[in-house]
Design a protein. Sequence first.
Length: 93
Amino acid sequence: SRFKMTSQNRTTKIPQKVMRYLTLKPRLQRLYMSTHTATYMRWHKEKRVDDDVMRHPADGEAWKEFDRTFPEFAADPRNVRLGLATDGFNPYG
């Protein structure tokens, strides 16, 4: 059932489950509003050392393949890549 049951087996209008979420776009906008956090958001493009050592997901083959597939997106230092927190997600390849 969608609603909680009372002791008399009558449904009340109290939902059994509640899904809370925070909208993504305003959260990302706030990250770029602060000069402190905006610097960290661009780190993968401006400060990363490319020495063939795995130090960051940007060093992984999956990230590099994405850069080759979408060069315009990869060229913008403000790009944001999101990975789902699921079983089997591997940011390194």
